[in-house]
Design a protein around this ligand. Structure first.
Ligand code: PMP
Length: 396
């Protein structure tokens, strides 16, 4: 077929799809998915809510509503954001189809072909996929134990003609699990002001905090309306609802809402109504708190197993929240090849090889490993089998 738009050149099947199909195979131990643990979804409560919504003759739940989202849900999200240090009202909040749509709409709003987006290195693969059709150029800056390196960012801003958007996942980043320190959050806002860039703050893991202080969002430090703050119900309620939000200045919110109207009219009213009912009838904060010990335990077990079984010269991050640890292997170990030739056939284990998480200059000696939803015995067996194969590969 010919005649595709130029942007179609940037739409390619992702390198990880091919082996992610293995994740559903019961013989495989998957550290690849990064899905939230489905045993933690509040099924009973949601069952009750949907049953009530569809039996009470409440036809409104099946009707169209505003593109910006169901007013009730916008108000409840605004309350939670206000409590998290971002004073706002329902009008400031746009409900999106998961956080992912916020990435797409923001890029659509700000990026012309050739415009520069700065990402962390590595960064969330789904963001690269969302941004690519708008044909950006990328610059990337390293991320370490304090999050995005703002000195390196300053250097990029100084040496690049114009950076339009700086994309960051400041809390328990995907894929590294790293968190941006308060000093760097403040510095990031200063730099964005100085160089007139938009900050796209993406926070789906923010509330999965297993240790340490809650840090202010970047949006809460924003004095000039240049931060677009994205959040999501995927990790705190259920990803199948496809519900997220964008908080931005009124001007940006209005434009994002028009782009959303063009893209999909609105989120499903039924799901927005169900989420609003969940927030008003049940205790979301209590539900989140009740999930944390499970994730904390899974994280601790994975880190202990890595310590016991992974060879010297291998390092990994110690995430204080979220679902991931990022493992760095000795240079020369190509993780994609190791996985294909040894890890899958000999251990039945899958991880996500790190290369696709780099917007530019991919590095092949990393893996993202998720501990979420993996039973204890599988974490123990999977990590030790992987460790044994790594010893073998590295000594050969
Ligand atoms: N941003 C990041 C950093 C993510 O990891 C994810 C999901 N894994 C998303 C956004 C999008 O999630 P959702 O659309 O389900 O809210």
């Amino acid at each position: 077929m010919t005649g595709f738009a130029r942007r179609a050149e940037r739409v390619e099947p992702s390198a990880i799809r091919e082996f992610l199909s293995l994740a559903g195979d019961p013989a495989i131990t998957s550290f690849a998915g990064g899905y939230p643990d489905a045993t933690l979804f509040p099924i009973e409560e949601l069952h009750q809510i949907y049953a009530d919504l569809l039996t009470r003759g409440s036809a409104g739940a099946l009707q169209y509503t505003a593109s910006e989202g169901l007013p009730q849900l916008r108000a409840l999200v605004a309350q939670r954001l206000t409590a998290d240090g971002m004073p706002c009202t329902a009008e400031d909040v746009l409900i999106t189809q998961g956080g992912q749509q916020g990435l797409d709409l923001t890029a659509k709003l700000f990026i012309d072909a050739g415009d520069v987006i700065v990402t962390e290195r590595p960064t969330f693969l789904g963001a690269i996929i969302a941004f690519n059709p708008y044909e950006p150029r990328y610059r990337s800056v390293p991320i370490d134990d304090e999050g995005m390196d703002t000195d390196a960012l300053q250097q990029v801003l100084r040496t690049t003609e114009r950076v339009k958007v700086i994309y960051t996942v400041p809390d328990y980043q995907n894929p590294t699990g790293q968190t941006m320190s308060l000093t760097r959050r403040t510095r990031l806002v200063e730099l964005a002001e100085e160089f007139d860039a938009v900050i796209l703050e993406d926070t789906p893991y923010r509330e999965l905090r297993y240790e340490g202080q809650r840090l202010p969002t970047i949006k809460s430090l924003d004095r000039t309306g240049r931060v677009v703050h994205l959040g999501s119900f995927s990790k705190i309620l259920a990803p199948g609802l496809r519900l997220g939000w964008a908080l931005s200045s009124p001007e940006v919110r209005d434009k994002l809402a028009l782009l959303k109207l063009a893209a999909d009219t609105q989120n499903g009213t039924l799901n927005m109504r169900a989420a609003a009912d969940y927030l008003s009838r049940f205790d979301l904060e209590g539900h989140i708190a009740s999930m944390l010990p499970t994730y904390r335990h899974q994280r601790d077990l994975m880190l202990t197993m890595l310590e016991e079984h992974f060879p010297d010269g291998t390092t990994w991050t110690r995430a204080r929240g979220g679902l991931f640890t990022w493992v760095t292997f000795p240079e020369g170990l190509d993780m994609a090849r190791f996985q294909r030739d040894l890890l899958i056939p000999r251990a039945g284990v899958i991880v996500v090889p790190g290369a696709p998480f780099f917007a530019v200059q991919p590095e092949s000696n990393h893996a993202r490993m998720s501990f979420s939803g993996v039973p204890d015995d599988r974490i123990v067996a999977g990590v030790s089998a992987m460790g044994a194969l790594l010893h073998e590969a590295l000594s050969g």
